[in-house]
Design a binder for this molecule. Structure first.
Ligand SMILES: Cc1cc2nc3c(=O)[nH]c(=O)nc-3n(C[C@H](O)[C@H](O)[C@H](O)COP(=O)(O)OP(=O)(O)OC[C@H]3O[C@@H](n4cnc5c(N)ncnc54)[C@H](O)[C@@H]3O)c2cc1C
Length: 304
């Protein structure tokens, strides 16, 4: 079975999730072609074990992100089963390529095994389903759900030039709406809910995040009622995250919130209600008000 990974980049470097996509494919004993839009990250990709070849697709459309133009240019060089990150851009390009090829798309996969079988959460994470794939498809993989591939390769790089019939010209794109780490990219996230009492109290979470090098997230209650930016919202209608450590502060753990964070490696919950549902998924729980717990936790972390 042939695999094609579509690489995303952070500035000019490969996005860390690309190592995870290739790692997932290597684990089932397969090799992959990696497509690097506008050549970004191509020499890095060629050094990753499990990469058979790298195709640098160059074209004027790659100046700024436009899913329609990018998927048209990339689709022309894709082969076999196409694998891309379940990031917002990845989901968009993946869906468009699947539609162009008239093949299925399986979004937000968290496990893959030879055969090939893929597993993903459904019904807001209440259940998981495993699908057997017969034939080509597009698969988007959840960031941080897979181990990184190793380095130690010298795969050949070829260059394909694409001229596209641009229907939309993007004049300006703002790279980041905030200087803070994005919740989908962070190894550690500290999220606050309605239990924080007010938006001003998020400064306590921000200071904790600075200590830990973490991103700050929020429940939907806080986004809807206190006007927190939606990019911070974790959950079914927000971002899906899989950090190494997720700290939930004053968050009850409604099913829609759990849908976005239950695949975190470790979960620490701080809540004054011992019966809060967040404790059913937490690896560590502190039954206390955040006002009491956070200062102690922070001072202990500072010692580390
Ligand atoms: C279609 C749909 C989609 C949704 N999508 C999302 C989503 O993407 N993300 C999301 O988060 N929600 C989502 N929701 C909303 C969800 O159902 C909950 O309403 C929401 O998650 C509750 O947010 P919360 O836990 O912050 O608030 P609450 O449920 O009010 O919980 C506050 C918690 O804080 C605790 N607390 C209070 N004071 C303190 C204190 N001083 N110290 C410590 N703990 C304290 C309380 O014991 C309580 O457990 C969705 C709902 C629907 C219907």
């Amino acid at each position: 079975m042939k695999f094609t990974v579509i690489a995303e980049t952070n500035e000019d470097l490969l996005h860390p999730t690309v190592y995870q996509l290739i790692g997932a494919i290597s684990k089932i004993g397969a090799e992959t072609t990696v497509i690097c839009p506008n050549g970004k990250g191509s020499s890095e990709a060629s050094k990753i074990k499990g990469v058979e070849k790298v195709i640098s697709v160059n074209g004027d459309c790659f100046h700024l992100f436009d899913g329609s133009a990018w998927s048209t240019a990339i689709n022309s060089v894709c082969e076999g089963t196409i694998v891309i990150s379940a990031s917002p851009n990845g989901r968009e390009i993946g869906a468009m390529i699947a539609a162009k090829r008239d093949i299925p798309i399986i979004q937000d996969v968290t496990a893959i095994s030879a055969g090939i079988e893929v597993t993903r959460p459904i019904y807001s994470g209440k259940a998981t389903e495993t699908l057997l794939i017969n034939g080509d498809s597009v698969i988007t993989l959840r960031p941080n759900a897979f181990e990184n591939a190793e380095l130690g390769n010298e795969a050949p790089i070829s260059i394909v030039d694409q001229t596209s019939d641009l229907k939309i010209s993007i004049i300006e794109a703002i790279g980041k709406a905030s200087e803070r780490l994005d919740v989908t990219e962070a190894e550690i996230i500290i999220s606050g809910g309605r239990g924080m009492g007010s938006i001003d109290n998020f400064s306590h979470l921000e200071s904790m995040a600075d200590t830990l090098g973490a991103a700050v997230g929020a429940s939907r209650a806080v986004v809807d009622e206190w006007g927190m930016p939606h990019r911070m919202q974790v959950g079914q209608t927000g971002k899906t995250v899989s950090p190494s450590l997720y700290i939930a502060v004053g968050i009850s753990g409604a099913i829609q919130h759990l849908a976005g964070m239950r695949s975190s490696k470790y979960i620490l919950a701080i809540n004054k209600d011992p019966d809060a549902p967040i404790f059913t998924v937490a690896d560590y729980g502190i039954v206390a008000s955040w006002e009491d717990a956070l200062p102690i936790l922070k001072s202990e972390l500072m010692k580390l």
